[in-house]
Design a protein around this ligand. Structure first.
Ligand code: 1GP
Length: 249
């Protein structure tokens, strides 16, 4: 449990982490080299790899390149059970606990269980919660279930608590890729102050300010995809904003 133990240790030490999200459908291998290089220089903590659809077959090649060119841990964040690669370090084993679609709570897990087990990946059981980010995103459409309203902190809290008590090891609150509004600070505070497992926040975080505030409110890991796809050099400012929390204790 190398990756998970590290995440827990960082939480205990109040160290905030930055995960760069890579959608293998959206990067070509040349721009990926540049992204890896920048991520190393900016001290990025994790690569998360996944997307709502993987329509090309870049997943394996993309992960192999990440592993060849850096020591940054590669964590799969799959949009479907087909998105598996034994070359990664760990798998966020997502159950969509904010939704009421049994397929995404347990159905797909049953079907893919033997393959997941065989992959040899470190499995991290994760309660995945989609929060309304102000516009329809791929995840709300693909999951066929409603997101948690952005102002319903108590629903988010009870969902996260239930996930923790069911034995899940991480909570990931996601406003959806390209969300207009990231998960708001008061919801992050409410949830983070009341659970013991690490909290991941993503979706619509496109400025260093937003990244900083998510951490300050209680996120342990901040995930950023879209903003980086638009400007690789933004990685430096985002990393500074996230890691600057580590100096304030
Ligand atoms: C989406 O949380 C991720 O699942 C990241 O979202 O692409 O908006 O950064 P962005």
């Amino acid at each position: 449990k190398i990756i998970y133990n590290k995440i827990v240790q960082n939480k205990t030490e109040k160290k905030k982490s930055f995960a760069v999200l890579i959608d293998p459908d959206k990067v070509d291998l040349n721009s990926l080299e540049n992204l890896i290089d920048t991520s190393i220089k900016a001290s990025v903590d994790y690569f998360f790899v996944g997307g709502s659809l993987i329509v090309n077959n870049h997943l394996d090649n993309c992960i192999k390149l990440l592993k060849q060119q850096s020591n940054i841990p590669v964590v799969l964040f799959p949009g479907s059970p087909h998105q598996l690669s034994k070359h990664a370090d760990a798998l966020l084993y997502l159950s969509l606990i904010s939704g009421r679609n049994p397929e995404l709570l347990i159905g797909q897990h049953v079907i893919s269980a033997p393959f997941v087990r065989e992959s040899g990946l470190e499995i991290i059981p994760t309660g995945y919660m989609v929060i309304d980010g102000g516009k329809p995103t791929a995840v709300s459409y693909m999951s066929n279930s409603a997101p948690i309203p952005a102002n319903k902190n108590e629903i988010a809290l009870c969902t996260a608590l239930a996930g923790e008590m069911l034995g899940l090891k991480l909570i990931y609150m996601d406003a959806g890729s390209g969300a207009l509004n990231p998960v708001n600070e008061s919801m992050i505070k409410t949830v983070s102050q009341n659970i013991n497992i690490p909290l991941i926040i993503g979706g619509g975080i496109n400025t260093p300010e937003r990244a900083y505030l998510s951490c300050k409110s209680g996120a342990d890991i901040v995930v950023i995809g879209n903003a980086i796809e638009k400007s690789t050099s933004l990685i430096f400012e985002l990393a500074d904003a996230i890691h600057s929390n580590n100096k304030v204790i």
